[in-house]
Design a protein around this ligand. Structure first.
Ligand SMILES: Cc1cc2nc3c(=O)[nH]c(=O)nc-3n(C[C@H](O)[C@H](O)[C@H](O)COP(=O)(O)OP(=O)(O)OC[C@H]3O[C@@H](n4cnc5c(N)ncnc54)[C@H](O)[C@@H]3O)c2cc1C
Length: 275
């Protein structure tokens, strides 16, 4: 849609965007959400996609994903076989309710910063213990765990003018065993719940990350695989106010699905541990 209040678009921002930011500005990534609804409070767009940020970078610590990496590029990445979480990356990209245009233009950073409960890049990053690098307009940098970034439906910890520069997924998470379950009302529908279980290579722990069903990611962590009753109780203990309500499902429906999927994930990871 035409954004009729926009008077300026900065196509080539400085290599360290931020100091030029003022009220009425918005960072422009793929634009798939920015251009899909009215933005009467905005006057200027600053295009991040023009910046020469390497989309994906393997390092000794793990994988660095630039905020401007597109979902398409993430999907096309050639995963080394020892990075056992590769399948979760693919499934998270496929979880997008996306048209051809969204699939090709949407970025990892745009999805995370939009902070919708059904943001699949949020699911992926939170489940894999990712950390975010945030740049403030005054030049300062801070790091935050993906689990702590989203605070509610369409809400996060970004301060005015702050931007997400990159997502770092640690090596141990890339090598983790993963099991996931997702439910949507229709085959290509928006996620009602998206639950991921991870287990460190050679360990017996369980980290269960609940997303889409809750307004922000919720982590249930166990040093060793819990029994079914304990796990169910922990899901039931998630505060009522965190379960999300929208046309894709009531809070009760989402809690019910999460209980069910959590148990399936527990069994899947238990089976993999049998001698
Ligand atoms: C048909 C359709 C289906 C969709 N399905 C889904 C879905 O299933 N799940 C879902 O979560 N969303 C969905 N969306 C919403 C949106 O398209 C996606 O969330 C997409 O990933 C947003 O990425 P983008 O790069 O296009 O962001 P943009 O639209 O460019 O930006 C989104 C927001 O994030 C801010 N932003 C972007 N990059 C940064 C950055 N690096 N630092 C700080 N702020 C930044 C922008 O200022 C803006 O507020 C859908 C949209 C459409 C039109």
């Amino acid at each position: 849609m035409d954004l009729t209040t926009i008077t300026e678009v900065i196509r080539r921002p400085s290599e360290r965007p931020g100091p030029e930011w003022h009220e009425g500005d918005a960072w422009l990534a793929g634009g798939t959400w920015l251009y899909s609804v009215e933005q009467p409070h905005l006057r200027r767009l600053i295009d991040l996609t023009a910046l020469p940020w390497e989309p994906l970078l393997r390092t000794d610590q793990g994988l660095e994903i630039s905020a401007t990496c597109t979902v398409r590029d993430l999907y096309a990445f050639a995963w080394p076989t020892h990075w056992t979480s590769g399948n979760l990356f693919r499934k998270s990209c496929e979880a997008f309710l996306s048209s051809f245009k969204v699939w090709n233009a949407a970025t990892v950073g745009g999805n995370i910063c939009l902070s919708l409960p059904a943001g699949p890049m949020i699911t992926l990053a939170a489940a894999l213990d990712a950390r975010y690098e945030l740049w403030a307009p005054d030049g300062s940098v801070r790091f935050v765990d993906a689990l702590d970034f989203v605070t509610g439906d369409h809400r996060n910890i970004l301060a005015p003018g702050e931007l997400l520069r990159r997502v770092t997924v640690p090596e141990h998470a890339l090598r983790a065993r993963t099991a996931h379950r997702r439910f949507a009302l229709t085959r290509l529908g928006r996620s009602t719940v998206f639950v991921v279980g991870t287990q460190r290579a050679g360990a017996n722990n369980l980290a269960l990350t609940i997303t889409a069903g809750t307004t922000r990611p919720v982590r249930l962590a166990f040093d060793s695989l819990p029994d079914a009753r304990t796990l169910r109780q922990c899901v039931d203990d998630v505060p009522d106010g965190l379960w999300f309500a929208d046309p894709n499902g009531t809070p009760d429906h989402r809690r019910h699905l999460t209980r069910y999927f959590a148990e399936e994930i527990r069994r899947e990871l238990t089976a993999g541990n049998l001698p």
